[in-house]
Design a protein around this ligand. Structure first.
Ligand code: SAH
Length: 283
C-alpha cells in the first residue's frame, strides 16, 4: 500500500482543465480536484514519474504558442496518503445546481433551502456535479422531465442524471455505461437515494438496450461518441420525445446539431457554460 502521493497543481488564466485531465488520466493520475482555472492531480508513488512535470509544461507551452492561454504555473508536492483522501473528500462540497436541486456527497451536510437532495459518492466515476456538463444536464432535466416520464441515460457514470430524473418525477429509467466500475458505483448511489425500484442498470453499449419509446434520453458523452450513436438514439426515442446531449465543446456544437438534424431531430433548447454546450432536440 502506497502511503505517499504526488500532487501536481496546474494554474492557468483560461480553463484548460479538461485537456489536462485527458492527458494525465491516461498516465495514471488517480484523482482530480478542479477549481476554475486550477487543477490538482493526485498520483500514488508507484504511478508517479518525474517526467510528468516537463510533459505538462511542454503541453501548456504549446497552448500558449497557439494563444489559448497566456500564462501557466505548475507546482509539484509530496503528501501522505491520509492527507490526499482527506483533501479530496473536503473538496467535494455540496453544489446547488439550481435553487431546488443540490448534489452532495454522503459525508457532507447540506443546510440550505433546496428541496431535492441527490447524494452522490463519486469514487473516481464521473458525475459529481462539479463538472459543467453534469450541471447543465440536471438543469435541463428540471425543465423537461414530466411526472411519469420514461427515461434512458446513456453513459450514466455515478448515476447522477438517472437519480435526478427519478427525483423529478420520472417513473422509470434505464441507465447504461460501458465502464464496470461506473456501474458498480452507480448501483451504490441509486440505492443510497432510494431509487433502486425505478432504475435499471445495464453494463455495455447502447446496443444492449432492447426497449424503445423513451420520452427523454440523456447522453453526456463526447463529440465523437455522440456522432457515432445518433441513429441508435433516434430509434429508441419516442415520437415527439426529447433528447438531451452534453459533453460537446461549444466550438463543435454546430457540427453535432447538424448531424442530429440530419438524423431527424429538431433543436429546441440549449445551455452554454464555460467552453461547453448542452443541447435539447425533439424527434
Ligand atoms: N451521466 C454522467 C456521467 C457522464 S461521463 C454525468 O452527466 O455526469 C460519461 C460516461 O459515459 C462515463 O461513465 C463513461 O464510462 C460512459 N461511456 C463512454 N462511452 C460510452 C458508450 N459508448 N456507451 C455507454 N457509456 C459510455
Amino acid at each position: 500500500m502506497t502511503d505517499k502521493y504526488f500532487k501536481l497543481k496546474v494554474s492557468t488564466d483560461k480553463p484548460v482543465n479538461d485537456l489536462i485531465v485527458g492527458l494525465l488520466s491516461d498516465v495514471g493520475a488517480e484523482g482530480f480536484v478542479e477549481e476554475e482555472n486550477e487543477l490538482i492531480c493526485y498520483f500514488s508513488e508507484g504511478n508517479w514519474n518525474s517526467s510528468f512535470e516537463s510533459e505538462v509544461s511542454k503541453f501548456l507551452s504549446n497552448l500558449k504558442i497557439e494563444g489559448k492561454i497566456s500564462r501557466f504555473t505548475i507546482d509539484i508536492s509530496e503528501i501522505q496518503n491520509q492527507d490526499w483522501n482527506r483533501e479530496w473528500e473536503e473538496s467535494i462540497i455540496p453544489i446547488e445546481v439550481t435553487k431546488d436541486i443540490v448534489i452532495k456527497p454522503s459525508w457532507k451536510e447540506y443546510k440550505g433551502e433546496a428541496k431535492i437532495i441527490i447524494e452522490i459518492d463519486p469514487k473516481m466515476s464521473f458525475g459529481t456535479g462539479h463538472h459543467e456538463t453534469t450541471r447543465m444536464m440536471v438543469q435541463l432535466l428540471e425543465r423537461f422531465v414530466k411526472a411519469g416520464a420514461k427515461l434512458l441515460d446513456v453513459g450514466t457514470g455515478t448515476g447522477v442524471l438517472a437519480i435526478a430524473a427519478v427525483k423529478l418525477g420520472a417513473s422509470s429509467c434505464i441507465a447504461v455505461d460501458t465502464d464496470d466500475w461506473s456501474i458498480e458505483n452507480a448501483r451504490e448511489n441509486i440505492e443510497r437515494n432510494g431509487a433502486a425500484g425505478k432504475i435499471e442498470l445495464i453494463g455495455g453499449e447502447i446496443g444492449s438496450v432492447r426497449e424503445t419509446e423513451f420520452d427523454i434520453i440523456t447522453a453526456n458523452l463526447n463529440r465523437n461518441t455522440l456522432l457515432y450513436i445518433k441513429s441508435e438514439l433516434y430509434v429508441r426515442c419516442a415520437a415527439d420525445g426529447i433528447l438531451m446531449l452534453a459533453g460537446i465543446l461549444t466550438l463543435d456544437e454546430k457540427d453535432v446539431v447538424a448531424a442530429y438534424e440530419q438524423a431527424g431531430f429538431k433543436k429546441v433548447d440549449e445551455i452554454r457554460e464555460a467552453e461547453w454546450s448542452a443541447v435539447v432536440l425533439r424527434k
